[in-house]
Design a protein around this ligand. Structure first.
Ligand code: ZN
Ligand code: ZN
Length: 759
């Protein structure tokens, strides 16, 4: 390129991250004139003119050096005729919209801001809302793009003179034209109230809140995307109280630790984990608990892991700093099954009786966004929940869509997604869409995207899961009707495979889709599937787990011993099956004991059947007597996986016949005591790994050289290892950008619609 003027268009995370000041400094340092401006939808346009070498140099540096939180997705440069600009200017935002751009996610507090917050000489000393170009809330405070102060909840806090001076000072890299800056003089304020809403007088509400937590109280804390419940994590009595009040008997609670060295005292932190913990997204990372961890067993009963995150705002950092332990429980403050709470009034109403005190502030949460959760699957980081710090980043499609699309997802751990231009944009984590509150949250998240990206819903395609009882399907139909848009459904496990095809840019794939449940094409409950999806979107079910009865239907998903009993009855008949079950004393795992077992055995004949991998893992956990109840999604499977840590692989009699994994026979041998010479830990590990091997064999026999693995059970390290035993490590692709579970379904629905050429 050799021209004395250039127009540059940049798409990506380029707004609200100090990108324009960066451009300004770069241009002026090279003696170029022109302008930089945000376009609506948050794309940035740059005009530079001057000496040709300098223009060229500008483009080169711009490509190579991006500010910390920024991300250049696309850069378009065109040669132009100089217009004779005098100097370089940052222009006001334009509502003109050409290309859409990514809405920045929230960024965890940066080192520089923390330093200022801890420096007694700084004007931000002990200021809980400090942020800069590199850090702070973005998506959670945005009413609409572009990211200008007036479009965010910062608009309630006009800059004071000192802040304004820094905002206008082009030499101030972290604050020049940064929309989310503030200080103790002009920014939001903290206050503390009791559970009746009465103010608690305190010179320093934050320090007082820390003191109350140390005394054993539960304090609700308003953060950036919602509320947390903060409590001691080292005190059994406090945790018992919290669990009773939250009506959450065993589901693990997230922890927040002051810094990495504190986290290292709680869990095993390796290099990869440290990197994740300290990344700008600051997710919850699930890691092995240290044997000498000071954390109470009640934080994650029955588990050998803990979910830990680092403080992602100065508020959290200062709160932890003032507490005695330097680590706390920080669990999302919502009623069981309801979406995260957003405002003070709602918090006081809904958390009454749960929290004793409320640490609040007066900056509004515009978009609710839960903490993200990441774990390691056979050494690779995978999402359990993709939300704060990641949403609403997009994923690129192989080609632009012909019209926009809206996908409603499935049911549990749900997200929605939209498609426009050549992107899929999944929403933040919405939750289990089982009640009106969560459904409303889903609609709100969809509507935010429709507005933010100016989607023409009338011409759109609305996509839903095939399951006749999913409320999201009902919602999708209503939306399609309201918009007079086309409506289409996709099978659940095909969608799981499609989500991975999107991630890895594949036009056809052999997929292993393993999860708890999804509605199958034959009307049965699927969940352990090997599926081939071709370029033209047609698909073939190549194999699956044996259909096992679920005695009592839904109750079998809550009491895993019922699944075991169902397998025994199917394989050995009613009488023999029941007698093996009773002989193993498995009825002791059922709340109704002998009576329930006898009844359930009879129910087995006429119960729904499932090929679900999750239900198989449940039955194995029951057979090993390590799980008797599923009190939260996936509990027995998680317990089984962690129980296997340190176990060795031994060959087990889990076989494949005509594309079916014979799980019934295997469970019969396991419960009948035929494998009792094998150590239970080795048994547990090998059952999972053998399942992976069987699924891998089915795929391989059908010609697969490489498979994608998806579905909630795809995070199971041993299943993935089993697949890799058969196909080779690099030929088993696991989810990285999207959650493997149903949080990835909405994006899969979009990609399947691209494959089938509907959009
Ligand atoms: Zn910062
Ligand atoms: Zn100020």
């Amino acid at each position: 390129m050799h021209c004395s003027a250039a127009r540059v268009k940049v798409v990506g995370i380029v707004q609200g991250v100090g990108f324009r000041p960066h451009v300004y400094r770069l241009a002026t340092s090279l003696g170029l004139s022109g302008y930089v401006r945000n376009l609506g939808g948050s794309e940035v346009e740059i005009w530079v003119e001057g000496a040709a070498e300098q223009v060229q140099e500008f483009v080169r540096i711009l490509r190579e050096k991006t500010p910390r939180a920024a991300e250049i997705e696309e850069m378009e440069v065109s040669c132009e005729e100089p217009r004779g600009y005098a100097g370089f200017r940052m222009e006001r935002s334009s509502d003109e919209k050409e290309k859409i751009s990514m809405i920045p996610p929230d960024f965890g507090v940066c080192e520089d801001c923390l330093k200022e917050v801890l420096d007694p000489a700084s004007r931000w000393y002990c200021y809980p809302f400090h942020s800069c170009a590199w850090c702070g809330p973005r998506f959670s405070v945005m009413y609409k793009p572009p990211y200008d102060r007036g479009n965010t909840s910062w608009r309630d806090f006009p800059l004071c003179r000192k802040c304004l001076r820094e905002y206008e000072d082009e030499t101030n890299l972290r604050r020049f034209h940064i929309q989310g800056i503030s200080c103790p003089e002009c920014g939001p304020r903290l206050y503390l109230v009791a559970d009746n809403g009465e103010p608690v007088p305190a010179a320093d509400p934050l320090r007082e809140a820390a003191r109350l937590v140390d005394e054993g109280y539960i304090v609700a804390v308003k953060g950036i995307g919602g509320f947390h419940l903060a409590s001691l994590a080292s005190d059994d009595e406090v945790l018992m109280k919290l669990r009773v009040r939250k009506r959450r008997p065993r589901k693990p609670l997230a922890l927040m630790a002051l810094d990495v060295s504190t986290a290292e005292k709680l869990v095993e932190v390796d290099e990869k984990a440290r990197e994740l913990l300290e990344s700008p997204a600051k997710p919850i990372v699930v890691l092995p608990r240290r044997t000498d961890s000071p954390v109470s067993e009640l934080v994650a009963p029955g588990l050998r892991s803990l979910g830990v995150m680092l403080p992602y705002t100065p508020l959290h950092y200062l709160l932890l700093l003032e507490t005695r332990d330097k680590f706390l429980v920080m669990t999302s403050g919502n009623e069981s099954g309801e979406p995260i709470i957003r405002d003070e009034e709602e918090a006081l109403r809904k958390l009454k009786g749960v929290a004793d005190y409320f640490l609040l502030h007066n900056r509004r949460i515009v978009n609710r966004v839960d903490d993200s959760v990441v774990r390691f699957t056979d050494g690779e980081a995978t999402f359990l929940r993709r939300s704060r710090g990641y949403a609403p980043r997009w994923i690129r499609l192989p080609r632009p869509v012909k019209r926009c699309a809206i996908a409603a997802g499935a049911m549990l751990m749900n997200t929605a997604a939209v498609a426009t231009e050549n992107y899929v944009i999944p929403t933040q984590h919405i939750g289990d869409v089982e009640n009106i509150e969560t459904l409303e949250f889903l609609v709100e998240a969809i509507e935010f995207f429709v507005k933010a990206y100016n989607l023409r819903v009338k011409e759109s395609l609305v996509v839903a899961d095939k399951h006749p009882l999913y409320p999201t399907r009902e919602l999708a139909r209503e939306l399609a009707e309201r918009w007079q848009a086309e409506y289409v459904e996709v099978q659940h496990h095909v969608t799981h495979v499609a989500a991975l095809m999107l991630e890895y840019g594949l036009s056809e794939a052999y997929g292993v889709a393993i999860d708890g449940a999804g509605y199958g094409d034959d009307g049965q409950i699927w969940g352990g599937e090997v599926i081939y999806v071709s370029e033209d979107s047609s698909y073939r079910r190549l194999g699956h787990l044996e259909y096992l009865p679920m005695p009592g239907g839904d109750r079998a998903t809550h009491y895993p011993a019922r699944m075991l009993l169902g397998a025994l009855v199917k394989t050995s008949g009613l009488e023999d099956g029941l007698s093996i079950f009773l002989k193993g004393r498995y009825h002791e795992l059922l709340p109704g004991g002998l009576v329930e077992a006898t009844l359930a055995a009879r129910q087995a004949e006429n119960s729904p059947r499932t090929s679900s991998a999750g239900r198989f893992l449940d039955a194995v956990a029951a057979a090993l007597r390590i799980a008797h109840e599923r009190s939260y999604e996936g509990e027995p499977a998680i317990v089984l996986e962690e129980y296997s840590w340190g176990g060795s692989f031994v060959e087990l009699p889990l076989e494949v016949e005509n594309g079916t994994v014979l799980t019934g026979e295997f469970l019969l041998k396991l419960a009948g005591g035929e494998l009792s010479s094998v150590h239970p830990r080795d048994l547990a590990r090998s059952a999972q790994q053998s399942l992976g091997r069987c699924l891998g064999l089915i795929a391989k026999e059908q010609g697969a050289r490489r498979v994608v693995v998806s579905g909630g059970a795809a995070v199971n390290s041993y299943i993935v290892r089993g697949l890799r035993d058969v196909l080779g490590r690099d030929n088993v692709l696991i989810p990285r950008k999207l959650p493997p579970g149903d949080g990835g379904i909405s994006s899969g629905q979009i990609f399947y619609s691209v494959l089938s050429d509907r959009i």
